[in-house]
Design a protein around this ligand. Structure first.
Ligand SMILES: NC(=O)C1=CN([C@@H]2O[C@H](COP(=O)(O)OP(=O)(O)OC[C@H]3O[C@@H](n4cnc5c(N)ncnc54)[C@H](O)[C@@H]3O)[C@@H](O)[C@H]2O)[C@@H](O)CC1
Ligand SMILES: Nc1ncnc2c1ncn2[C@@H]1O[C@H](COP(=O)(O)OP(=O)(O)O)[C@@H](O)[C@H]1O
Ligand SMILES: [K+]
Length: 476
């Protein structure tokens, strides 16, 4: 059993692939073996995370997730814990593996209690796993509410009950720990998944991982980019931050500052409205220029940060000529609003120069012509669809940012936290992606590395010091 940490990549498997792997593994083993291993792993983890727990509530559901709970309950009882087991469902209708585990529980002297205990030290949430197919209702919804209102540690078996394993959506149990079994599921790491899963653990149940069958990846740290001694500023490329219409100059300055601090060779700031000295005070390295006078073919451009409606005017040339391009915020909104610009973006993608879109969910919804809720309902699919629609790399921001591109498996970024939910951090991300493109990274790697570094800076932010976008840019 391993704790899932951000220091390496992890393959993720959606429900369809998990079921295939489970079927194959089960066929190669004596019956009930996987569930026995799952139950033992669950019981061991419960002891490890709550060693002094006395009362353990094992909340079991009507399917095989409940079966894992029965197995765990039998072990915990044997190890001297006071176990209260509840069963939401009809014992006569349990699937075969779970029915066998239920008989084992009964043989160990455990009967189902009609009610949860009045209080408990640890709850094992074995109500629903990957078989969760609809919104929680009735008894299961009630039990999830009881779990969430309760004290102490909640260990979710496989996934927090109610959470959609593929998308991380749905009302669900709020676990302090989740033990994902056989495979790691993408929904644990994006949308509501991170808030609902707590600390995530993984047990392969003795079945070696088949990485080539992954449906997505949880990204690991980007390789450390070494700088050759005999290099010069030209080795790290030129970045231009284009944006900052009237009243929003700070957004472009933040992108430029991020590019500068991330190591771009030279950084131009191209405001779309006159800019005073104040916003760039402290950044004498920036060269302020009119974008119209710059050789776009040599520039790695972060376009749109605070671009207002003015950005529309410069977009056709930038789409046509930029060496590499990050499209953010108002550039994305302008493209969403205008078919000619969408056409320009597709033409650019067909020609092949690197392009990365960095929408937040509302910007993605505008580009896809749907609602934000529809984007969030399946973030992996939304990012993938957007990448396919425009033929480029998409970094869909938010908790568990998704990086997708046509023909590649999507990646979920494991770093970052809600301290990033403050104005301007997206501009910083756009500037960082541009700097990595300028240094020669391919667009998928640049987007994934930027998301990782951006989130990691927030994860290592000193306690008691404010995380502002300006400070974040300087910390890169
Ligand atoms: N069969 C096996 O060999 C193994 C199964 N495993 C466990 O089995 C789980 C999957 O088991 P199942 O496929 O039985 O699925 P679940 O146990 O997740 O749930 C299926 C049951 O819940 C009901 N249900 C689904 N959504 C509901 C909702 N929203 N409200 C009310 N009832 C709902 C279904 O009608 C069905 O009775 C995994 O998540 C994992 O925990 C593991 O033990 C690994 C081995
Ligand atoms: N809860 C969170 N967890 C991880 N990252 C977050 C969270 N909230 C916001 N972020 C990150 O902060 C950034 C915000 O970008 P964006 O919404 O474009 O803001 P702005 O336009 O103000 O710069 C994105 O990189 C996003 O992924
Ligand atoms: K569960």
């Amino acid at each position: 059993m391993l704790q899932v940490t951000a220091d390496r990549p992890w393959p993720l498997f959606d429900v369809a692939r998990t079921r295939e792997i489970e079927r194959e593994a089960a066929a190669a083993l004596p019956s009930h073996t996987l569930m026995q291993r799952a139950g033992l792993a669950t019981a061991r983890l419960a002891l490890a995370v709550a060693p002094h727990a006395n009362t353990v509530w094992v909340a079991c559901g009507p399917g095989n997730n409940g079966g894992d709970g029965f197995e765990a309950a039998a072990h915990l009882r044997q190890w001297g814990k006071s176990v209260v087991l509840t069963l939401a469902g009809d014992p006569a209708r349990l699937p075969p593996d779970a029915a066998a585990a239920w008989r084992k529980c009964q043989a160990a002297g455990l009967a189902a209690s009609a009610e949860p205990p009045a209080t408990w030290d640890v709850c094992i949430d074995a109500l629903l796993g990957i078989g969760n197919v609809r919104a929680l209702q009735g008894e299961l919804a009630q039990l999830v509410q009881t779990i969430n209102a309760g004290p102490g540690t909640v260990l979710a078996v496989d996934v927090p009950s109610g959470l959609a394993a593929d998308s991380g959506t749905g009302e669900s149990a709020r676990a302090t720990h989740t033990l994902s079994l056989l495979t790691l599921k993408p929904g644990l790491f994006t949308a509501s998944g991170r808030d609902r899963s707590g600390r995530v653990w993984f047990d392969d149940l003795g079945v070696p991982s088949q990485d080539e069958r992954a449906s997505a990846w949880l990204a690991g740290p980007p390789p450390v980019a070494e700088r050759l001694h005999a290099s010069h500023k030209g080795s790290y490329g030129d970045v231009a931050a284009v944006g900052g219409a009237a009243g929003m100059s700070g957004a472009a300055v933040l992108a430029a500052s991020a590019a500068l601090h991330a190591g771009a060779g030279r950084v131009y700031l191209c405001p779309l409205a006159p800019i005073g000295a104040a916003p760039i005070a402290g950044l004498p390295e920036l060269m302020v220029r009119d974008v119209a006078g710059l050789p776009l073919e040599t520039l790695n451009i972060a376009c749109g940060c605070g671009g207002g409606s003015e950005v529309r005017g410069v977009l056709p040339e930038i789409l046509r000529r930029a060496k590499s391009l990050v499209l953010d915020a108002d550039a994305l909104n302008a493209i969403a609003a205008e078919p000619a610009l969408q056409h320009g973006l597709r033409r650019r993608s067909e020609r092949g120069p690197p392009t990365v879109l960095t929408p937040h969910p509302l910007e993605a919804a505008r580009l896809l012509g749907c609602t934000t809720a529809e984007v969030q309902a399946d973030r992996l699919r939304s990012a993938t669809s957007l990448g396919e629609r425009f033929g480029c790399v998409v970094l869909l921001k938010g908790s568990g940012s998704v990086i997708a591109a046509p023909g590649q498996l999507p990646r979920i970024n494991p770093t970052g936290n809600a301290r990033l939910a403050t104005g301007g951090t997206g501009d910083v991300l756009a500037g960082l992606v541009a700097a990595l493109l300028a240094a020669g990274a391919d667009p998928m790697s640049a987007a994934a590395a930027a998301a990782y570094r951006h989130g990691s800076a927030a994860d290592h932010w000193p306690e008691g010091s404010a995380l502002t976008a300006g400070a974040l840019a300087r910390a890169l």
